[in-house]
Design a protein around this ligand. Structure first.
Ligand code: NDP
Length: 455
């Protein structure tokens, strides 16, 4: 067998976690191969965080330009050309895809294009197509599964007529109107993006509020803001049937009312990508449709590891990256370090934007009791929109434990939330107390200063 088919590490998947692990392992001199059947970059770069954020910027430009009249800047009528926006987003994705491919090469990692599946606990078959029977067999001492997750559609008659988030980036133009199903990250983000670009958006949520698990005051504020911006919100409703064809769909929901729409976007969660991996041939155990791992990211097979969404732990890019790097540091760099899952900040790039770190008010009450939970908040109209009819408001909230005065939660809705909360996460990670916030001089006039002037 040719020696080029033997590696110290095979990584399945060139997404955030896989790329990070592969490059870090190679930096210690390991011989590493990454197998990818789709495009290098994975969900985050190709069809997730990055192109989504570019669409968010596009959508916010329109709002800001419209608001500029109230600051005395008249630029006439604003029109949206979503074809140009989508095309430019795709070009940027292409650039990043090449960049990530180059970075792998620079790191000395071998990129093998194709679909990898286990043949045994040390051998992976790489095929051009999943339907092929033959392919290249490669071998490694250690194998890392970093194949991520994919959008999941509910079992609704006609669901095949609906899009998932992946599809949104491949559209030529956005439709005139759309139904978005779901009340989580992706639903709120796409509802806001599309609304900002002038699409008529109806958001259908099966629960009674948006963003389950987020601080309720923050999610209620988002709900109100989205409705004020013209998003039609249907709560406690489930889609039952989709008929017609894209561009002319009829959607039946629980309340019996039929809605006509150009398109339906299912943003109803993601599931680990487990099919076609041949996990059974390597005796890798699954649990609730994910690959369970121990603290070392090891599966039940001691030389096979998994990181990122496929483990369904905390499904965020930075978490996958950190899991991948820590794995490589331990196995190839003799550095026994582990990801710290405390105070993982999260953002929802809705409009307004939400960001949060630590415990919600409810989580703090459940853990420490009502008497031990102190809440500080500031709610005000954003200065940036001071003259605008949009009246965006900011809500900032601190959750503090009474006895220790430790700040255990920091939540925000409003402009620059994600940028602000990233910094607040450092304070929480360092164990900051309310007095540390109070003793920090305000930077005026900013939104973030409210976090250090709350009484
Ligand atoms: P989420 O889990 O955030 O939300 C899924 C939504 O779909 C929930 O509102 C859920 O309702 C609803 N839902 C689930 N099943 C059904 C169904 N059968 N019928 C109707 N509604 C249903 O998933 P997303 O797809 O939005 O995002 C997936 C993950 O990707 C996120 O959890 C996050 O980890 C990551 N992500 C992160 C982003 C960021 O960092 N900004 C951006 C986008 C994604 P219920 O609450 O009742 O279960």
């Amino acid at each position: 067998m040719p020696s080029q088919d033997f590696f110290d590490l095979i990584v399945l998947g060139a997404g955030s976690g896989g790329l990070a692990a592969a490059k870090r392992a190679a930096s210690y001199g390991a011989r590493v191969a990454v197998i990818e059947g789709d495009r290098v970059g994975g969900t985050c770069v190709i069809r997730g965080c990055v192109p989504k954020k570019l669409l968010v910027y596009g959508s916010l430009y329109r709002e800001h330009i419209e608001a500029s009249g109230s600051f005395g800047i008249d630029i006439g009528n604003v029109s949206v050309d979503s074809k140009t926006l989508l095309s430019n987003v795709r070009k940027e994705v292409d650039r990043l895809n090449s960049r990530h491919t180059d970075l792998l090469k620079d790191a000395g990692v071998e990129l093998i294009i194709g679909w990898g599946s286990f043949i045994s606990q040390n051998c992976v078959l790489v095929r051009d197509n999943l339907s092929d029977n033959n392919g290249r067999k490669i071998f490694a001492e250690n194998i890392l599964i970093a194949v991520g997750s994919q959008p999941h559609k509910p079992e609704v008659s006609g669901a095949e007529l609906g899009w998932v988030s992946d599809d949104m980036f491949n559209l030529e133009t956005f439709p005139e109107n759309i139904i978005v199903v779901g009340g989580g990250f992706i639903a709120c983000e796409f509802a806001s993006i599309l609304n900002g670009l002038g699409v008529n958006v109806t958001l259908i949520v099966r629960g009674e509020k948006l963003l389950r698990g987020f601080d309720e005051e923050i999610s209620s504020e988002l709900q109100e803001r989205m409705q004020k911006k013209g998003i039609q919100l249907l709560l406690n409703q489930t889609i039952r049937l989709i008929e017609g064809s894209v561009g002319e769909l009829t959607i039946s929901i629980d309340n019996g009312i039929k809605h006509n729409s150009d398109g339906v976007l299912f943003a109803t969660g993601r599931k680990p990508l487990l099919s076609h991996l041949g996990l059974e041939l390597a005796s890798i155990k699954l649990e609730s449709n994910k690959i369970p791992v121990d603290i070392n990211q090891a599966t039940n097979i001691k030389n096979i590891f998994a990181v990122g969404d496929v483990t369904n732990n905390i499904n965020l890019t930075p978490v996958a990256i950190e899991e991948g790097r820590a794995f490589a540091d331990r196995i190839f760099g003799s550095k026994p370090r582990y990801p710290d899952y405390n105070n993982v900040p999260r953002a929802v790039f809705s409009n307004p934007e939400i960001a949060t770190v630590g415990l919600t008010e409810k989580q703090a009450i459940d853990r420490y009791g009502l008497n031990q939970t102190e809440i500080y908040r500031a709610k005000f109209k954003s200065m940036q929109m001071a003259f605008s009819r949009l009246e965006n408001r900011c809500l900032l909230k601190l959750v503090v434990i009474k006895s220790s005065q430790k700040v255990v939660g920091c939540h925000m809705i409003g402009e620059y939330s994600a940028e602000i909360i990233q910094m607040a996460a450092i304070a929480l990670q360092m164990g900051a107390r309310k007095s540390d916030f109070d003793q920090t001089m305000a930077l005026h006039p900013t939104i973030a200063e409210e976090f250090v002037t709350m009484s």
